[in-house]
Design a protein around this ligand. Sequence first.
Ligand code: SF4
Length: 412
Amino acid sequence: MSNDTSEGIGTNREEPASLNLLKRFNSAGRGFWSHVSDADWNDWHWQLRNRITTLEQLERFMPTLSPEEHAGTLLANSKLALAITPYFFNLIDPADENCPIRRQVIPRIEETNTAPWEMSDPCGEDAHSPVPGLVHRYPDRVLFLVTDRCAAYCRYCTRSRLVSNASGYDFHPEFDRQIDYIRRNPAIRDVLLSGGDPLLLSDDKLEYLLSRLRAIPHVEFLRIGSRIPIFLPQRITPALCAMLKKYHPLFMSVHSNHPRELTTEVRDALGRLADAGIPLGNQSVLLRHVNDDVTVMRALVQKLLMCRVKPYYLYQCDLIAGSAHLRASVRKGLEVMEGLRGHTTGYAVPQYVIDAPGGGGKVPVNPDYVLSRNADRVVIRNFEGKIFEYPEAADGTPLVKAPVEIEEPELV
Ligand code: SF4
């Protein structure tokens, strides 16, 4: 990584040095690509054309590849393709086998281990698909899959059955049928464009889809789910932003898992989207040895706010086949959430959720702040472990007389 640092706002003398270090904004730098012109480096098409996609390239750029990574990469293109943009590759620390960036994008042989409870479609999307490329699980919203390609591939991807087409899913969205289904279902008020990554489409193609969706009167709200601002911030051009801002209300969910992903380039790209009036949220996946740590997660969420992004969801990693080595436990997730709530700005605290295996949808999971609840009071604890009572009437009407004394609950 380059020493081109730009601390700017956000370092706090009261906070531990490790947190401040993680919150520092750095450029990804040029690394092996120092000979490339600025015009090429900042051209998202150049970045895509020059992605690392083969074992040979990976070994050339990273001679420290471990035997597990070597073996995993040999098999990757029959499961989930290898692809890393030069920009994102520069964030990897080749000297650290446990580098949190490396763990997310470099295949490992453990991906071939599949437990009986793991699935290829852990969210049951295929079973809720009325037309190809459309998932309609909740009554008022749909997931509109527009492509099976991404700028880089995350080794824990929930949709690895289809993205990159390495395992032969043969995904073919049918835009006319998808849009027609939405038009014929007036209960659908919210459309989430996802994939694969919608921002891999050209501006014209994306505008074609957004304009057709915007023309449907009952579609109130459009969303784009994209990891491109993180993998390929060069894609967030002024022209793209100018196009997107014509289709408000349009929200965007980005996907960042570690504070090191939030570089100066990413901060600028997110700023361009925010300046176009696009409300930004972040979805993280809780990943073992990547972000299953209170300090790392606190740095991530605080840094996201500095990038004008609201931390939205923290996902328990789905039971995707071959992802056990990247999954952290729910207990660890609850510990991380304990370390956020009350300890930092409420805006910075995401909702921790488990996508119920098999297709039950998102279920919020929280540390136990409600210790007991009976007819006339709720006993709660705060982030410091202090206990409080909130009196209320059993029938929900305003409380007019003092509740009967109850015994202090036994606390764990
Ligand atoms: S960017 Fe999203 S869809 Fe693409 S591989 Fe990563 S998690 Fe999957």
